[in-house]
Design a protein. Structure first.
Lengths: 507, 448
């Protein structure tokens, strides 16, 4: 339940918009797994029948082919370049509240059948009847690019890290160490379910990250980090968010830290800048609204739909359909979730009132609800569960400058590192990496990193102003839950929280 | 030579045939089993196996790497070619290369990393262990009516390594773990905690009743927590949280951070960096433990390294590359998954036990915080700045008085190391990074 990696710069990003574009690109026989591995619909039916051979209400297959590249520049030289491929299929059988799961990294029919029989052991009874025939699920077309970054030559992509290295060093003579990383992948997935749903998707991803160290003569080094990406084209890094852009942001943060003072400690007014500070929503409310925790009654939000859990200024949405970013989509967006259900826009909190949970197939079955397109998994080796996609708060009406002017004494947090939440008590933490003291309505001086802590169902009740400047983050979020990591996005406008505990050292 | 050793050695030969000047190949194979139960019913059963190979090739002083889950001849061939292509776009690095041949080797004694009894465990028995453990938690107290479940996991693995200096080796590992996460509820307060017992040997894990009861006690003592005023006070980290702090310190002695000047301990070798009572060791040779292995992920023999001795920084932890960068010798801490080059990882990295019982650390404090869980810890390895959400118990007049939460603890690791006043005698090896309870004289606690 923690975010890893660092934050993004504040930069205007297109607001959330629904693409409204439902296109079927290729038919099954032309899809990746059919072409490359000769899979037929008949094969899928036979594997699903095997999975249901001991009973059970539902079974599904998840085929995954993942090709990765990563390139890194360190101390001014390209030190490492790596490529790799993993491939496999996961078989799941659901019988009541029970799930059986097995996988194989070998796609031969015997190995898939064997995995299906292992998964089938969860159920005990006569074989279930599998409805033959599939219907291809409708899906969005959020990343319609012809060529993904992964298909570009290594030499072309390695230029990105070289440019980032040069730009960070050129930013200021006090920058003495730079690491730049570029990584991309393309994931082909195929989901077939026993209720006849068939869906396949090609999911591209690319991201850059730059870390810079700065030092005054003989002083303590400080570090800054920036990065971004998404399901974007290579052109995104060449023309929109360039290596120089990320490099300068990382260098700027490191330089700012050189003059940072001790962070304050205690309860105070906190103003969050727009963009990545939306990690607040991910930790404070997002995880607590995942249906598995609520079905089990172990979340601080359990049984509270319809209750007021935030100030009326707060409307929080989880949206897996955000496109219009770099020739593709946001990092957390997906045409279909990892159970083959199209993603959608889900309202979590509307004007302060809790509206609903994020459902996957299993929780929806058990709670007599419908999947919200939130079933996700790290890979074919993992059982899906309800997860977030892109989580953000709608813009309000306040002028961001006016929000800061309204604070006599407090802290302004521009950039964050990670965060974590205790689902049951509702306590969450997120750590600021670039913050400033607010004194008499003005940002006065930078302060060092500090954790902020609050309680999920309470913290957002203290939101007293919401800016009109909603930004989404630049595409660096990785969310961890029960050992599974998936890419996500967050976003928030400038927000004023009247009371929150800041964990600095200046007591 | 086993079949997997033969595949690894053939991948290395293939790389040399195709023009590499050096190569090393790692293969890992694993079988996992998980039984999860919740509210006395089976929830998930998962069982599967998989394997993969990773290769690093050198063309002179250029390095490239690749990995695959396809161990067929064709798959291995594709992997080798991809690594060579990758090497061609990297820069000459004067420090790149395989370890020195003289550092290669293995621990010859039996490290007891594999227990056949784990391979023989029956599925029904594993499920019943999880059910018993959860039942023990649910039955412990009427305030425990709910649970996030219990699980029994087992894992069997094999690790194979070959390089072009003629090293070929492999070893098998096993492990199993039993854990429970009960939820306690009282007067509108709901709290969850957990307990886990894990071991490489079947007969070394705690009984289901011990695990369940311990988890229940931990959840119960968190109920109805208070927030305390912002203040400076002494802080005791129990083993679970002390080992997390030690994990932050590992990042600061990692050779990769040292040569980049990205650690507050860079340039401090031989200096006093901590209180006299602190000795930290990294040891790959302790039998039966999670951090032990006959050789590291570059084929360097496992060994014992004293990192901090009575407060003095004696050694960084290094792989071959970091060692060359710093003009030192590798400490056998190369660690890699299948992708990319080797990084630096812990073997058994631990704080040596002190003499006092944990109870005496608490008894001697008039006021202070006993930390049982850290949430969202943020440590800056470059500066040492540390700040984390905390859950724990407030100490008053030498007693654990009441639970506290929604607070933070903060300080700077440089000062925190010097401020360690006492180390308890309760060191137990449950993970590869371990610590007894430690008392830090003063930290900033932020509350209301």
């Amino acid at each position: 339940m923690a975010y890893r990696d660092s934050p993004a710069a504040r930069q205007r990003a297109p607001g959330p918009e629904s693409p409204g574009c439902y296109a079927r690109i290729v038919s099954f026989s032309h899809s990746f797994f059919a072409q490359r591995f000769g899979l037929t619909e008949h094969d899928l039916e036979s594997y699903l029948s095997e999975a249901l051979s001991s009973g059970g209400e539902y079974a599904d297959l998840y085929f995954e082919y993942l090709a990765n590249t990563s390139l890194s520049m360190d101390e001014g030289i390209v030190k490492s370049a790596s490529e790799g491929v993993t491939l496999g299929v996961g078989v799941r059988v659901i019988s009541g509240e029970r799930t059986g799961y097995a996988y194989s990294d070998d796609l031969s029919p015997e190995k898939i059948r064997k995995a299906a029989r292992v998964a089938a052991r969860i159920a005990k009874g006569p074989a279930s009847v599998f409805k033959a025939g599939f219907e291809e699920a409708h899906k969005h077309n959020l990343y319609p690019m012809i060529h993904t970054p992964h298909e570009a030559g290594l030499a072309e992509r390695v230029e990105l890290v070289k440019r980032a290295d040069a730009a960070a060093r050129a930013y200021d003579s006090r920058i003495f160490q730079v690491q730049a990383v570029y990584a991309d992948n393309v994931r082909h997935v195929l989901v077939a379910t026993s209720d006849g749903r068939l869906s396949y998707d090609r999911q591209p991803m690319a991201r850059m990250g730059v870390t810079a160290l700065a030092r005054d003569d003989g002083g303590t080094p400080q570090h800054g980090h920036s990065g971004g990406g998404g399901r974007v084209t290579l052109d995104f890094f060449l023309n929109e968010k360039t290596p120089e852009y990320f490099a300068r942001e990382a260098a700027r943060q490191a330089i700012v830290q050189l003059s940072a003072a001790e962070a304050p400690a205690g309860e105070m007014t906190v103003v969050l800048g727009p963009g990545w500070p939306g990690i607040l929503l991910h930790e404070a409310v997002g995880h607590g609204l995942e249906a598995d925790f609520n079905r089990k009654g172990v979340s601080a939000f359990s049984g509270r739909v319809g209750e007021k859990v935030a100030s009326p200024l707060c409307t929080v949405i989880d949206d897996g359909t955000i496109g219009s970013w770099g020739g593709g989509s946001r990092r957390g967006s997906l045409n279909v979730d990892d159970e083959g259900t199209p993603t959608r826009q889900n309202v979590l909190i509307e004007k302060g009132v809790l509206r609903g949970y994020l459902q996957d197939e299993l929780s929806a079955r058990l709670m007599k609800s419908a999947s919200t397109g939130s079933g996700r998994r790290e890979s074919y080796q993992h059982i899906p569960m309800p997860r977030m996609t892109n989580t953000y708060m709608l813009a309000g009406e306040s002028d961001p400058e006016e929000i800061i002017r309204s604070v006599p004494k407090g802290i302004y947090c521009a950039t964050f590192g990670g965060g974590q939440v205790d689902i049951t008590s509702g306590n969450f933490v997120f750590s600021a990496t670039e913050s400033y003291l607010i004194e008499d309505g003005k940002l006065t001086r930078p302060v060092r990193g500090a954790s902020l802590i609050g309680n999920g169902p309470e913290a957002l009740k203290y939101v007293s102003m919401v800016g009109h400047d909603l930004h989404l983050d630049e595409g660096i979020g990785i969310c961890g839950k029960e050992g599974q990591h998936v890419p996500v996005g967050v976003g928030i406008p400038t927000v004023k929280i009247d009371r929150m505990t800041v964990g600095g050292t200046a007591a | 030579m086993s079949q997997l050793e033969e595949i690894a050695a053939s991948a290395v030969r293939r790389a040399l045939d195709l023009g590499a000047s050096g190569a090393e190949c790692t293969i890992s194979e694993g079988e996992e089993f998980t039984a999860q139960v919740r509210m006395r019913q089976i929830e998930n059963l998962k069982q599967a196996g998989g394997r993969g190979a990773g290769i690093r090739v050198l063309i002179g002083r250029r390095t490239g790497s690749s990995y695959t889950s396809d161990l067929s001849q064709e798959g291995i061939g594709n992997m080798v070619r991809a690594a060579l292509d990758a090497a061609k776009i990297t820069t000459e690095d004067p420090h790149a290369g395989l370890p020195d041949a003289s550092d290669l080797g293995r621990v010859e004694s039996d490290l007891q990393l594999y227990d056949e009894a784990i391979a023989r465990m029956e599925t029904d028995w594993k499920i019943s262990e999880a059910l018993r453990a959860e039942q023990a938690a649910l039955g412990a107290d009427p305030r425990i009516q709910n649970s996030e479940g219990a699980s029994f996991d087992s894992h069997l693995g094999a690790r194979v390594f070959a390089n072009s200096l003629g090293f070929t080796g492999s070893y098998r590992t096993s492990s199993c773990a039993l854990s429970v996460a009960p939820v306690a509820k009282s007067n509108g307060s709901m709290e969850r905690d957990y307990w886990q017992s894990a071991a490489r040997k079947a007969n070394e894990i705690e009984t289901p009743e011990q695990v369940g009861l311990h988890a229940a006690q931990r959840a119960l003592r968190r109920l109805n927590p208070r927030k305390v005023p912002t203040q400076k006070a002494p802080v005791i980290f129990e083993p679970r949280t002390a080992r997390q702090l030690l994990g932050e310190l590992f990042d600061a002695v990692n050779g990769g951070a040292i040569y980049r000047h990205a650690s507050f301990l860079a340039g401090k070798l031989g200096e006093k960096i901590a209180s006299d009572c602190l000795t930290i060791v990294d040891d790959a040779t302790l039998p039966g433990l999670f951090g032990s292995s006959p050789f590291d992920d570059e084929g360097v023999a496992g060994r014992r390294t004293v990192v901090v001795e009575r407060g003095v920084l004696k050694s960084y932890l290094l792989n071959a590359y970091c060692a060359r960068k710093l003009g030192l010798s590798t400490t056998g801490n190369a660690s890699r998954g299948l992708s990319g080059s080797a990084g630096v990882g812990p073997n058994n990295f631990f704080i040596e036990s002190g003499e006092a019982g944990e109870a005496s650390l608490i008894r001697d404090l008039k006021q202070g915080l006993y930390v049982t869980e850290l949430i969202g810890a943020a440590a800056n390895t470059v500066t040492g700045d540390y700040s984390s959400g905390a859950v724990g118990l407030w100490i008053e007049n030498g007693e654990l008085a009441y639970p506290v939460s929604e607070i933070t603890v903060a300080g700077n690791l440089k000062q925190m190391l010097l401020d360690i006043e006492k180390i308890a005698s309760n060191l137990e090896f449950r993970h590869s990074i371990e610590s007894p309870s430690i008392l830090i004289g003063e930290m900033t606690i932020s509350g209301f």
